[in-house]
Design a protein around this ligand. Structure first.
Ligand code: PNS
Length: 166
């Protein structure tokens, strides 16, 4: 049987991208032929970076990886997934806190588009407590975010977030 290109979408707010996201993106890349990292609007959150800025931070972070595209979308995730012909949505799952929300999203997305599977990758132990909001808090207090964000984008993130507190 002819091999069909397997495309996965890794969606998220990425406000900003962290090493936890990078771990999930790298591991998705091992499992699929092509990975699209997608900045999607989360109606429940007020972002610090514009979608375009978030896309640029992700592009700079994945520039040494192959088979990865970065895009943004202002709509229902499943519509994008269908349009690009992806077979899976990949998400990282941390401890128990993410489970209920992610489980709900996976069921809703399956209901909206039954050809898509949601694949959960267990977040690595060292990233269990890492989140974009933790990074934002540390940066706003002038703390060291080197352990938490990709080196390529550290200065850009610090430049912006280090100044938010007066
Ligand atoms: O990084 P996040 O904030 O946990 O990602 C959540 C995100 C952006 C993937 C989710 O909010 C989303 O898919 N938003 C797009 C709108 C949509 O399709 N919602 C699902 C049906 S309610």
């Amino acid at each position: 049987m002819k091999h069909r290109e397997r495309i996965a979408v890794v969606p998220g707010s990425f406000d900003p991208i962290t090493k936890g996201h990078m771990d999930i993106i790298r591991r998705a890349q091992e499992l699929f032929d092509k990975v699209i990292v997608l900045v999607v609007i989360n109606a429940m959150k007020t972002p610090s970076f514009s979608p375009q800025e978030r896309v640029e931070l992700i592009r700079a972070s994945v520039n040494d990886l192959e088979g990865i595209e970065v895009d943004s979308y202002d709509g229902l995730l499943v519509n994008y997934v269908r349009d690009v012909g992806a077979c899976a949505i990949v998400k990282g799952l941390r401890a128990v806190t993410d489970f209920e929300y992610e489980f709900q999203m996976a069921l809703i997305n399956k209901e909206l588009y039954d050809k898509v599977e949601t694949v959960f990758l267990t977040t690595s132990v060292e990233n269990q407590y890492l989140s974009s909001s933790v990074v934002k808090q540390i940066a706003s207090f002038g703390g060291n975010i080197h352990p938490f964000v990709p080196e390529q984008v550290h200065d850009k993130i610090m430049e912006r977030l280090g100044k938010t507190r007066r």
